[in-house]
Design a protein around this ligand. Structure first.
Ligand SMILES: NC(=O)c1ccc[n+]([C@@H]2O[C@H](COP(=O)([O-])OP(=O)(O)OC[C@H]3O[C@@H](n4cnc5c(N)ncnc54)[C@H](O)[C@@H]3O)[C@@H](O)[C@H]2O)c1
Length: 112
């Protein structure tokens, strides 16, 4: 997969599977937006992968909207979305929330 300069959003990117995904994609040149409800985790991993820290809870639509806008200002419209937050019980609905917001940012992009 070619990831050089590709903007990527990773929810739950501050730890575990999300952080490992951030590191692997950054190693291939991707520009990572690390979304996490833990500000500390988001900042730690974002610094490590030279990405942008986005402090937001995936269940908070307004917070996710703001996080996507911040990532877009830094890296352009994200082409890849990885959903890795830990809360399995909420994962389907929260992934849907993030996906809807991400899809609308893609749709409003003039670059596609
Ligand atoms: N770690 C693995 O090898 C593995 C393998 C298969 C599946 N999974 C699944 O992947 C998911 C993540 O697991 P993990 O081991 O990476 O967990 P983890 O606890 O190490 O990391 C999860 C991250 O998500 C963040 N987070 C939790 N709820 C959030 C929310 N509402 N909004 C934003 N960020 C939130 C946490 O702050 C944390 O930084 C789980 O559902 C797990 O079942 C993990």
């Amino acid at each position: 997969m070619q990831l050089k300069d590709v903007a990527v959003l990773i929810t739950g990117g501050g730890s575990g599977l999300g952080a490992a995904t951030a590191r692997a994609m950054a190693a291939k040149g991707a520009r990572i937006g690390v979304i996490d409800q833990s500000k500390e985790n988001a900042e730690k991993v974002a610094a490590e992968v030279k990405g942008v820290a986005l402090h937001a809870d995936v269940t908070d639509e307004d917070g996710i909207k703001a996080a996507i806008a911040k990532a877009e200002a830094a890296h352009g419209v994200a082409r890849v979305l990885m959903n890795c937050p830990a809360s399995a019980a909420r994962s389907v609905s929260s992934a849907r929330t993030v996906f809807i917001r991400w899809r609308s940012s893609l749709a409003s992009s003039t670059s596609i």
